[in-house]
Design a protein around this ligand. Sequence first.
Ligand code: FES
Length: 119
Amino acid sequence: MQQSNWVKVTSIDNLPLREGRSVKLAGLDIALFNLGDRCVAVENRCPHLGGPLVDGIVSSSDGKITITCPLHARRVCLDRGEVLVPSGSAEDCALVFPVAVVDGIVTICLDSVMKKEVA
Ligand code: FES
């Protein structure tokens, strides 16, 4: 039987639209964003040199939602964690986490972190 590690984080009312908020879970700093129609969560560490993605600017283009890192302006996809700008970047992806809002409570799935710890 597969286990899921969903953690309740906060009320959706505590997440201003398109502004980041950081939470510490399972030893990770996670940036959480309310996009209006859904929430997304990404490790709060830019794949380039570790800049705080939570302080970046959310934008969208070509159907992709990105966060622009405040340090050197890499644009990181908030759904997949990959660096989209500059294109062809060799950086690794940021960790992204499934997010659900249930009865107004934002919950984050930490399965990917737990699997890494077990491996
Ligand atoms: S640390 Fe994010 S772009 Fe350099």
